[in-house]
Design a protein around this ligand. Structure first.
Ligand code: AP5
Ligand code: ZN
Length: 215
């Protein structure tokens, strides 16, 4: 399986990816997590950290070529040979086309589009808490940790993301609608797209995904 998740910001990509990784044994590649690690200075290699930090803080997409180079390099590592799960890539038609130009044996087999209405996004992102150690994602109402403010997995104090401010969330949504939604018809034309109702409980969304990927 070589799967990509497309969803709006707060659409549940990270939440579903954590369960899919476990269930299907896929390598999880989350470009947002990689760029946040770069900003924290935890990533080796030649990267313009200040440039990346600026785009992320403004809620804008990082230039295509930077993202494409990073993903193509990641996908060529041996662990990806058994399948992978892309969370947050591709995000523009340009990125999708560049990815389609790679070795056919590494191309996507499934694209899952999690459809979530704009109205629920603000609640999801304003209530989100993330573990800076293991990247586990919680929500104060819909998916709380066992002890408030503490990661279930490793006991780390949870944090809120810098780009989860109302103004930045609205900007990310606009960018998603303009730059990422065209990918839905791109992959529908390629006949690898499945639409999932993302406005259901976390477990209902996961059941829909399991059904598609087990078929
Ligand atoms: P990225 O980290 O990819 O952010 P995003 O797309 O905005 O998505 P999020 O991580 O905010 O949400 P999610 O869909 O993972 O939702 P989650 O599961 O957490 O990208 C960040 C930035 O990096 C970009 O703005 C850009 O600058 C840069 N970047 C990354 N990739 C790039 C690329 N390819 N090209 C260019 N730039 C790139 O869920 C949200 C909340 O809802 C959580 O609290 C969760 O507990 C809760 N929740 C989840 N599912 C449900 C449910 N079914 N019901 C109720 N609550 C739920
Ligand atoms: Zn943790």
């Amino acid at each position: 399986l070589r799967v990509a998740l497309i969803a709006p910001p707060g659409g549940g990509k990270g939440t579903q990816a954590a369960m899919m990784k476990e269930h299907f044994g896929l390598v999880h590649i989350a470009t947002g997590d990689i760029f946040r690690a770069i900003v924290r200075g935890e990533y080796k290699g030649n990267m313009d950290v200040e440039m990346i930090k600026g785009y992320m803080a403004r809620g804008e997409l990082i230039p295509d070529q930077v993202v494409i180079d990073l993903v193509v390099e990641r996908i060529s590592q041996p662990d990806c040979a058994k399948g992978y799960l892309m969370d947050g890539f591709p995000r523009t038609v340009e990125q999708a086309k560049a990815f389609d130009a790679i070795d056919p044996s590494k191309r996507l087999t499934h694209v899952l589009y999690l459809r979530v209405p704009r109205e629920v996004i603000l609640d999801r992102l304003l209530g989100r808490w993330t573990c800076p150690t293991c990247q586990a994602v919680y929500h104060e109402k819909t998916h709380p940790p066992k002890v408030a403010g503490i990661c279930d997995v490793d006991g780390t104090a949870l944090i809120q993301r810098e780009d989860d401010k109302e103004e930045t969330i609205l900007k990310r949504l606009d960018i998603y609608e303009k730059q990422t939604m065209p990918l839905i018809s791109y992959y529908r034309d390629a006949k690898i797209l499945t639409e999932i109702d993302g406005n259901a409980t976390i477990y209902d969304v996961f059941s829909q995904i399991k059904e598609v990927l087990s078929a």
